[in-house]
Design a protein around this ligand. Sequence first.
Ligand code: ZN
Length: 281
Amino acid sequence: MNPPPSDAEDRRAVAPVICYPVETLPAPDMALLDRARGTLTKTGEVVVPPRDAATFTVPAGHFFRISSVEGSQVGDLNLWNANDLSERFYSGKTRALHGTHITRGQRMWSSFSAMRAMATITHDSLEWYGMDEFGGSVHDVIGTRCDPYTHNLLSGGQYHYCCHSNLTRALADHLGVPLAEAEPHVHDVLNVFMCTGFTRDTGQYFMKASPVRVGDSLEFFAEIDLLGALSACPGGDCSTVHSSDQAQCYPLLVETFAPDAAVMGDWQGPPLNGYDRSHGV
Ligand SMILES: [Zn+2]
């Protein structure tokens, strides 16, 4: 290793600055959304089987809620613009804006060049968890999704029920296209109910048993027309292993709701990003 310079401690002592202060980020009208939550009518539901995935659609201005129904289980969530699959959830930018984990009042942002709010979290029954002594928190945007490729590199095995494969099968079924056509649309997820962080000493991604219990839920407001896919991760509560059939797994429930139109008034979803896309030319 190169020896440290004489001013190494001075360089380390420089205070950090937040990359993206969010005071000017378009903010949700939480007062409106809270009023709307009081008027919800259920419009549908889908049960996501363990070690499998399911799709659902949510019109702009409606809500969806993911719930633990039989046991502690984490879910891997993909979102797309239902009318244009090239606009999809951008985990990395959501992380850059909101931090490693997201909760009530924060948003899931979409990919370039649309880059706008896709969904706003309106209720999180695990908001109380905060950040634990290990630096762990719930609902992360730092993991990717468990997948058979990483599993193969690490173990040499063939496992077909990782979240990546579950999401691929569910999307292919929904679109009526071959798996190879659906797979490139699958993207880094919001890890619903998953408790994760980075180890302080080595900076490695860790997971620990999710604090989710039956009855817990995470609820979203759809800012645009959404196609969603949710996988009930083969890691179960992610307390030990994933990418195998070893962990105890449970289903997840996704419900959709419509608010009273009178409460929503003249609400409109966010426009496409305002950058002119000329890139200096
Ligand atoms: Zn998974």
